[in-house]
Design a protein around this ligand. Structure first.
Ligand code: MN
Length: 296
């Protein structure tokens, strides 16, 4: 098992995030191709988090909150308040735009994950769609509560539609408990500790680190840190290793540099359907990098 450290990155108005995927040494975990962990942040003052309208192609976005509220708007006309333990799943297909903002009357603290799932080549030009799943199955065993966000766990199936073999779980482990997570040998996994120190397969991690668990295993031990006196919360992603090479740049997932250039120019020229209702300008398209974008 490897432990990978996050890079610090900024989104939207400058909210700082811990970027855990992609990494130079690790592009994907299953089809999961992007993972930011942010907060807990005080968003009680000013505008809070503001991510103006921006485009996506070739992916699904997963928004998952531990604390606080986010208001999602997209170019399909969706407007959805996201609360903790609710799955916000947007499928860009060939192209979509969305914004995310701290709504009025929000709780003071914001803490969550932003994830992307690469669509396989066979589905990446599908119609854009949006789903919000407020009711997700949960399994209580071994002193832990496992919420099934994506995929299947112990016979419980998430209602979320995905396009490749994947799993996404929130695992809350009681103080003093040792949790044996059953895993599939044909999947690889990434595990984040959400709140503080914890251990994965006996190795200490903390927020800002990603434990990368390779395939071939049948169980992974998850335990609270600090001698187990505090509870611990984990987020687990996994899937069959993704065999397709991706070209990722800005908010776009594609297969060639030409596709990226086309999508970037389409956004810059206003050829995406606009997001209605966001109080501010859309994000401008950044300049393409000087070097050639290569599949990886
Ligand atoms: Mn986005």
């Amino acid at each position: 098992m490897d432990v990978i450290e996050a890079r610090k990155a900024a989104i939207g108005d400058g909210t700082e995030v811990r970027r855990l995927l992609p990494q130079r040494a690790l592009r994907t975990i299953g089809a999961w191709c992007f993972l930011d962990h942010y907060g807990p942040d005080d968003v009680s003052r000013g505008a809070g988090m503001q991510v103006p309208p921006h485009p996506h192609t070739g992916l699904q976005t997963v928004s998952w909150l531990f604390e606080g509220h986010v208001l999602h708007r997209d170019s399909l006309g969706s407007q959805q308040l996201i609360r903790p333990c609710e799955l916000n799943l947007m499928t860009s297909g060939r192209g979509i735009a969305h914004s995310e903002e701290s709504p009025r009357g929000r709780p003071p603290v914001l803490h969550g994950l932003q994830l992307w799932i690469a669509l396989p080549d066979s589905d990446r030009f599908t119609d854009p769609s949006f789903a919000h799943h407020a009711e997700l199955p949960a399994v209580r065993h071994q002193g832990a509560t496992v919420t099934v966000v994506i995929g299947e766990y112990q016979g419980e199936q998430s209602p979320a539609r995905t396009y490749s073999p994947l799993i996404g779980l929130e695992v809350a482990v009681d103080a003093g408990a040792t949790f044996i997570l059953p895993v599939r040998p044909d999947y690889e996994y990434g595990i984040v500790s959400v709140d503080g120190p914890a251990t994965v397969a006996g190795t200490p991690i903390e927020p800002g680190m990603l434990a990368h668990v390779p395939g071939g295993l049948s169980v992974v031990l998850l335990e609270p840190g600090a001698g187990g006196r505090q509870p611990a919360r984990f987020f687990v992603i996994g899937g069959e290793p993704f065999r397709e090479q991706l070209v990722m740049w800005w908010n776009l997932v594609a297969r060639t540099a030409e596709e990226i250039t086309q999508a970037r120019d389409d956004w810059a020229a206003g050829r995406f359907t606009p997001v209605r209702g966001y109080a501010g300008d859309p994000l401008p398209a950044p300049a393409l990098p000087a070097g050639r974008l290569r599949p990886r």
